[in-house]
Design a protein around this ligand. Structure first.
Ligand code: SF4
Length: 79
């Protein structure tokens, strides 16, 4: 059974950590067009719920550089 999904919501980041493990320091704004649209993220959340995966961890990049309120307000549980 899958217990957790770790999902990088963006690779965009405004920090320049030398130890970056997601290669976000080389990220260019033009790459943002290639990131998943909100609707596809919602679909991933719905599929995770249908598979009864109990936890989704959202990371990045810097998640707050994306429109995280719309994603954060999406119901994560079916209750
Ligand atoms: S993604 Fe994390 S490690 Fe990478 S530059 Fe941003 S804050 Fe630093």
């Amino acid at each position: 059974m899958i217990k957790k999904i770790f999902f990088d919501i963006t690779k965009c980041c405004n920090a320049k950590c030398v130890y970056c493990f997601t290669d976000s320091v080389n990220y260019e704004k033009s790459f943002a067009k290639k990131e998943l649209e909100d609707s596809k993220i919602f679909k991933l959340i719905d599929e995770s719920k249908s598979l009864e995966i109990p936890s989704i961890s959202i990371g990045g990049g810097e998640p707050f550089l994306r429109d995280i309120p719309s994603i954060g307000n999406y119901p994560l549980s079916s209750q």
